[in-house]
Design a protein around this ligand. Structure first.
Ligand SMILES: C[S@@+](CC[C@H](N)C(=O)[O-])C[C@H]1O[C@@H](n2cnc3c(N)ncnc32)[C@H](O)[C@@H]1O
Length: 209
């Protein structure tokens, strides 16, 4: 069946209608159904998680804020609402459907969405004219990443952060804390109950160059 014909099929039209009715939740659910291991969650983060994770950020001294695994952008608008007018929010996601959705729905000139892996954060920010990031937030499913990828991401993140910056992580398992502890000497921890499911929070601080 040609792809044009497939798009006319009743099932395709029904799927599009359901996705449209559910808005970003529909896009997220579809991403999860396509690749559950990569997405790692069926429900986007709650506003309690968002507010709590972002409460540690010094927004006056944030020029580059990076996000790994934005999904359908649950954190993007809250970050943009807090970010200075000359700041940049650069998001990196492996799933091209999520990046396509974000590029279509977020029109803020401070926003950049890149289809790629968080492990390549150094090359990606350099390609956009930056040497260091002030803060990096991660919604990556650390416990289901392929072997070696979690430590590689934690290590690249440590290198790319400026002194005084932080790696902000929210996770359904405490595993991310283990990867972070190899590089970050100071890690603040928390648990947010009002989230599906409740999630562990980590703030890893880069105190030295
Ligand atoms: C749990 S979802 C995050 C959802 C969203 N940030 C939220 O708060 O609702 C995890 C995301 O990580 C992305 N992802 C998985 N591995 C990745 C990698 N190595 N680099 C970048 N993104 C990745 C997935 O495509 C998915 O969008």
């Amino acid at each position: 069946m040609s792809s044009e014909f497939a798009k006319e099929a009743p099932f395709y039209r029904l799927k599009q209608r359901v996705r449209h009715a559910l808005g970003p939740w529909g896009v997220f659910l579809q991403g999860f159904l396509k690749n559950p291991v990569m997405v790692g969650s069926i429900v986007p983060s709650s506003r309690f998680t968002i507010n709590r994770v972002l409460s540690a950020v010094d927004w006056d001294n944030t020029k580059l804020f990076v996000e790994y695994g934005p999904g359908v952008g649950t954190f993007c608008q809250p970050v943009l609402d807090r970010l200075s007018r000359d700041g940049t929010l650069l998001v990196i996601d492996l799933n091209p459907d999520f990046i396509d959705y974000l590029q279509k729905t977020i029109t803020d000139s401070r926003f950049i969405a890149v289809n790629g892996s968080a492990a390549d954060v150094e090359e990606i920010i350099r390609a956009h004219g930056h040497e260091k990031a002030d803060y990096i937030i991660s919604g990556l499913p650390f416990s289901t990443l392929p072997p070696g990828v979690g430590p590689a991401i934690a290590s690249a993140t440590y290198r790319v952060l400026r002194k005084g910056g932080a790696f902000l992580v929210y996770q359904f398992t405490p595993r991310a804390g283990d990867f972070m502890a190899q590089f970050f000497k100071r890690i603040d921890k928390g648990l947010e109950w009002i989230n599906v499911p409740p999630c562990f929070l980590f703030w890893g601080w880069k105190d030295e160059d």
